[in-house]
Design a protein around this ligand. Structure first.
Ligand SMILES: C[S@@+](CC[C@H](N)C(=O)[O-])C[C@H]1O[C@@H](n2cnc3c(N)ncnc32)[C@H](O)[C@@H]1O
Length: 237
């Protein structure tokens, strides 16, 4: 990790000490080795203002980074866009992860336990789905994308990260790593539903998004893609 990112890294991970050493180490591992989190800030993908909903937020790693960025007063990388000042919300299926996120984030983010398949999503500017949809069946994946399209403001942003099932060996590595992770968590029966990048794009376009893609596995052997999907504003009548 670049030395200049250290203060932001520490500010985003230190709060997890309140939830225990495991949560702290997990947050540090995610932020250090997974390129997606810092990349959202470095590339200026997020708007400056508005609200962000992290669906399947886990223990809230992204939300904690965004909170730390919002409050960083000195040492912000001079060649990065200004940090976003978004209202932060997260939901996750796991009560344990939501508890951990609440301990770390306190009142700085609204965190709820819920199943995205059963919820109506509230209006917001950005919806984030990082490594979540492959846990859902294909019909549920489509319904969640549809719900996201309905909840987003015109011009709003859906940031979706998924493995590309068309990516050969790199995809096999991604899939089997996830299977191993599920087994280690005791969820051997968890079914995983992957699509190729082209299929994800088609799905997003069907629901009214314009889509750009960027590889999001830098420094890892995985085949992850970030889909930057913008809700196309309806044409005036
Ligand atoms: C691989 S983790 C990713 C966590 C987080 N997005 C991150 O970047 O660290 C997937 C998360 O999706 C959550 N999840 C799976 N199915 C869900 C559902 N139906 N509704 C809400 N959350 C779900 C899991 O509980 C888990 O925390």
């Amino acid at each position: 990790m670049e030395l200049r990112l250290r203060p932001l890294f520490e500010a985003a991970t230190r709060p997890y000490l309140a939830a225990g050493k495991h949560a702290w180490l997990f947050a540090r591992g995610k932020l250090r080795y997974d390129p997606v989190y810092f990349s959202l800030l470095r590339r200026g993908l997020l708007p400056q203002h508005g609200s962000l909903l992290d669906v399947g937020c886990g223990q809230g790693t992204l939300l904690s980074l965004l909170r730390a960025a919002k409050h960083q007063t000195a040492g912000w990388p001079h060649d990065w866009p200004s940090p976003p000042k978004l209202v932060l919300r997260g939901i996750d299926l796991s009560a344990k992860r939501v508890r951990t996120a609440r301990r770390a984030l306190g009142g700085d983010a609204q965190l709820d336990r819920g199943d995205v398949r059963d919820l109506d999503l509230q209006r917001c500017s950005v919806i984030v789905l990082l490594d979540v949809l492959f846990y859902l069946g294909e019909a549920d994946q489509a319904r969640v994308i549809e719900k996201a399209a309905m909840a987003l403001e015109p011009g709003g942003l859906l940031l979706l990260r998924e493995a590309d099932a068309g990516a050969g060996w790199a995809f096999q590595v991604t899939k089997w790593s996830e299977r191993l992770a599920c087994a280690l968590r005791g969820s051997v029966r968890q079914r995983l539903h992957y699509r190729s990048a082209a299929q994800w794009i088609a799905q997003l376009v069907t629901h009214g998004f314009s889509v750009e893609t960027t590889p999001m596995s830098e420094g890892t052997p995985f085949a992850n893609i970030l889909f930057v999907a913008r809700k196309v504003s309806p044409r005036p009548a």
